[in-house]
Design a protein around this ligand. Structure first.
Ligand SMILES: CC(C)(COP(=O)(O)OP(=O)(O)OC[C@H]1O[C@@H](n2cnc3c(N)ncnc32)[C@H](O)[C@@H]1OP(=O)(O)O)[C@@H](O)C(=O)NCCC(=O)NCCS
Length: 378
């Protein structure tokens, strides 16, 4: 169990502020552990599939066989995207960031969902299931549309990980690639009160609909301090080019008072982010298979140098980037792929918030001008 939060050092960034009681993930920074509903994320990544973990987050227990079959069937049946949404995507500029298009498409999708106004538990569960079919499909569809191709015909028989790779590349993934992405998706399925999760819960707390909550969360995940860090990591690894150049690159980044993407975390101060080890193993497996281990080698070289010079540990994104790169996912699609995984956690938080809601309305400390009169004619 994670220890009680520390007293905030300052009032910026909501550090140490508890905004909800949650039964979903236990982010234990002091021990460097992450558990979903009591299960260690590393064990889940080894022994379960992503759909089982989504079920776990939604029901707080693992599914029995029939429940898993039914969930996979329902997710698989939800991949047909309404034509007006595809038309909206086709009308977007080709160089629009995939997360911008995804956020817009999810928001628009809300208008097509017949249960959009229903915040009851059954309706929310149905919408969450559909979003888990739709969001990965939208992410991949945009990649194909911007390259002048049609989205693939959805295959209801494939699981989320295999379908994501199939719908990006238009060819069936190997069992190794499917398992690797599945583990990566599990590691990203939920992460306590991350910035995007807070946003989703805040929107839900106003009584608004689940598509509004998820669109807002996607907006938060888009930022480079949060989900888009993996895209920055890959830029950095490519720029550095070889492990020998890592020290000079770190000195240059720190000398310019820059942030090194893939390092540091609000919660994991004393230990590495436990998800980093899962992603490292995925990245090593896939890169070894592809015969391209140089990005992992650079990332590993950075770990020692950054620890020695700044005392920072790697986070999820340091290895998430080379893992997806080895899976041949386009670099600017990394965040959309990880957003597809986080749908499981965001929707679980939406349901948890809705089930015991109180409007999220924090306070500020006013530090502006003292009361004064508006100048005017006498
Ligand atoms: C994730 C992150 C925003 C969390 O930061 P935080 O808890 O709010 O920490 P702060 O922004 O208060 O930073 C504390 C100190 O560590 C430094 N720091 C934190 N992360 C750093 C990084 N990646 N590179 C260089 N310095 C970093 C800050 O500059 C600051 O130093 P100072 O006290 O000398 O000014 C931050 O670590 C970061 O920007 N990381 C890079 C982006 C990234 O990988 N994001 C993905 C997170 S999963």
């Amino acid at each position: 169990m994670a220890p009680a939060p520390r007293t905030p050092k300052n009032e910026k960034g909501l550090e140490g502020v508890v905004v909800a009681r949650s039964r979903l993930s236990d982010v234990d920074g002091a021990a460097g552990k992450l558990r979903y509903c009591g299960y260690e994320v590393g064990q889940l990544a080894e022994r379960c599939c992503f759909e089982e973990v989504a079920f776990l987050l939604w029901h707080r227990r693992l599914p029995v066989k029939d429940e898993l079959v039914a969930l996979k069937r329902d997710i698989g049946a939800a991949r047909d995207i309404p034509q007006p949404i595809l038309d909206l995507m086709r009308a977007s500029p080709r160089d629009a960031h995939p997360m911008t298009v995804l956020r817009t498409a999810v928001s628009a999708l809300g208008a097509f969902d017949l249960d959009a106004e229903d915040l009851g538990p059954e309706a929310l569960l149905g919408e969450s299931t559909r979003l888990l079919g739709e969001v990965p499909m939208l992410a991949a569809a945009w990649h194909r549309i911007r390259n002048g191709k049609d989205p693939v015909k959805p295959d209801p028989k494939l699981g989320v990980a295999a379908h994501l790779l199939w719908s990006i590349h238009g060819k069936r993934p190997t069992a190794l690639a499917e398992k690797a992405l599945d583990a990566a998706l599990i590691a990203h399925a939920d992460h306590g009160m991350s910035s995007s999760t807070l946003v989703a819960r805040t929107v839900t707390s106003t009584g608004s609909d689940i598509h509004a909550a998820i669109a807002a969360a996607l907006g938060a995940l888009r930022g480079p301090l949060h989900g888009c860090a993996s895209e920055r990591v890959m830029d950095m690894l490519i720029r550095i080019g070889s492990p020998d150049a890592a020290r000079g690159a770190v000195e240059a980044m720190l000398g310019a008072h820059g942030r090194i993407p893939g390092f540091g975390h609000r919660i994991y101060k004393e230990h590495s982010d436990p998800r980093a080890a899962i992603l490292e193993s995925v990245a090593v497996r896939m890169a070894t298979k592809a015969g391209e281990t140089q990005w992992i080698d650079i990332a590993r070289a950075l770990v020692d140098i950054v620890a020695a010079s700044k005392g920072l540990h790697p986070n999820f994104d340091l290895y998430a980037a080379p893992a997806l790169y080895a899976l041949k996912v386009p670099q600017d699609l990394f965040s959309s792929v990880y957003a597809s995984a986080r749908i499981a956690g965001w929707t679980a938080h939406v349901m948890e918030q809705a089930s015991d809601n109180r409007l999220m309305r924090p306070s500020e400390r006013y530090v502006g001008e003292p009361p004064r009169a508006v100048p005017g004619k006498p």
